[in-house]
Write a protein that binds this ligand. Structure first.
Ligand code: GUN
Ligand code: ZN
Length: 402
């Protein structure tokens, strides 16, 4: 049995926080926490749950940080040509990098090629990353030349057939039915997508011109997805910046999760989501790589804090941000992560307290705030997945001086 010692900081499944200064996690052979005891002298390290990235695009890792206009222009000029070439070659690198930033699970998109979805699934399974993988379904404005040649009906049928074959590979990593967004799907494709019982992920209300285009097809943007039976528990809607009060209420009633992606929203100039409306329902955080420039959920929490403060004069608290980054995302994808409790996987980050704090923290909130605002890969000393220490990516040994 392995024991991991440190200053435990974790949300609990009852909605509170637990803090134990001298904790020891006893990990069983099955990789779960068997019990939590006390052991003096563990204060140098902070034990916090691993993050859940509720929205990111694996093939877009290669184009992170390159500006190319606003959403629709960026998709057409940069994203679609990149994804058109992608068969999942970068999947291993993406998930290693995510782990290096403390992310252990999430809801991810591959490119629209089935081989890409399979390569992502294989990399997740190899590395122990939990969650969903989805191949974006597109029968309108597809970047796949083989589909573009077919008449619309045949294209829709082909895309659904491919989804069925990807679904047959389901194991620990689950396939999410992933209509890319309303603009890339015919009503027939959305309806077929909604008939699957699997989890759902898509985009909604990211930029005003996208919203106007979607509104031509329904009472409002959400109605286009509702009509197809896509709005339910185990569905994740990314962005949601321009949602109306009625749409927020309907998402909440359906038990759907909104993935808040503030680094992406800043990078593409999309706007600032209504955090108060989101917090009344299920909210998780996403890097939205590659509109988001990094795979760091620390960057995402800080961007959320700063953008809300600048816009409205108030910001989400460190507790809220850390809950959304851990247990919020874990609930969204249906994984027992995000709380370090007996019976749950020993999947966590070990942070070097001295890399975050110069001096003492006065209270739990003070300490959580330092983690949000000063945490990052530089402070992560280890990541455990199911009780096993992950080998984190390190700098290459290439020479730079002679
Ligand atoms: N809407 C449809 N596809 C995408 C995408 O790949 N990224 C973002 N940010 N928004 C989208
Ligand atoms: Zn996205």
């Amino acid at each position: 049995m392995r024991s991991i010692r440190g200053h435990l900081l974790t949300p609990t499944s009852r909605g509170s926080w637990r803090e134990e200064r001298d904790a020891v996690l006893h990990v069983g052979a099955d990789g779960r926490i068997e019990s939590i005891g006390r052991s003096a002298g563990g204060g140098r390290h902070l034990l916090v749950p691993g993050f859940v990235d509720a929205h990111a695009h694996v093939p877009q890792h290669a184009i992170c940080g390159v500006p190319a206009g606003r959403l629709l222009e960026w998709l057409r000029r940069l994203v679609f040509p990149r994804e058109a070439r992608d068969r999942g070659e970068g999947a291993e690198r993406f998930f290693r990098e995510a782990l290096r930033h403390g992310t252990v699970a999430g809801a991810f998109y591959s490119s629209a090629w089935p081989e890409s979805a399979e390569a992502c699934r294989a990399a997740m399974e190899r590395l122990g990353v939990r969650g969903w993988i989805g191949m974006p379904l597109m029968d309108l404005f597809t970047y796949r030349p083989d589909l573009a040649r077919l008449p619309l009906r045949a294209r829709t049928r082909r895309v659904i057939g491919e989804l069925e074959s990807v679904l047959r590979r389901d194991g620990r990593v689950r396939t999410a039915v992933t209509p890319r967004f309303a603009l890339s799907c015919s009503d027939e494709l959305l309806e077929a997508a909604g008939s699957f019982p699997q989890p759902v992920q898509t985009h909604i209300s990211e930029q005003p011109d996208e919203v106007s285009a979607a509104r031509r097809r329904g009472r409002d943007y959400l109605a286009v997805y509702e009509r197809a039976g896509l709005v339910r528990r185990e569905s994740i809607y990314a962005h949601g910046i321009w949602l109306t009060a009625s749409e927020w209420t309907r998402l909440r009633r359906a038990g759907a999760t909104v993935a808040h992606c503030p680094t992406s929203n800043l990078f593409l100039g999309s706007g600032v989501m209504d955090w108060k409306a989101a917090w009344k329902g299920h909210v998780a955080l996403g890097t939205d790589v590659g509109a988001g420039p990094s795979l760091s959920m620390y960057d995402v929490m800080r961007a959320s804090w700063a953008s809300h403060l600048a816009k409205s004069g108030t910001a989400p608290s460190a507790r809220m941000l850390l809950e959304a980054a851990t247990v919020g995302g874990a609930c969204a994808i249906g994984e027992p992560l995000g709380c370090l409790e007996p019976g749950r996987p020993a999947t966590l980050q070990v942070l070097d307290r001295d890399a975050i704090l110069a001096g003492e923290a006065d209270s739990l909130d003070d300490l959580l705030s330092r983690i949000v605002h000063r945490g990052g890969a530089h402070a992560i000393r280890a990541v455990y997945v199911d009780g096993k220490k992950v080998k984190l990516a390190t700098a290459s040994g290439a020479r730079y001086e002679s």
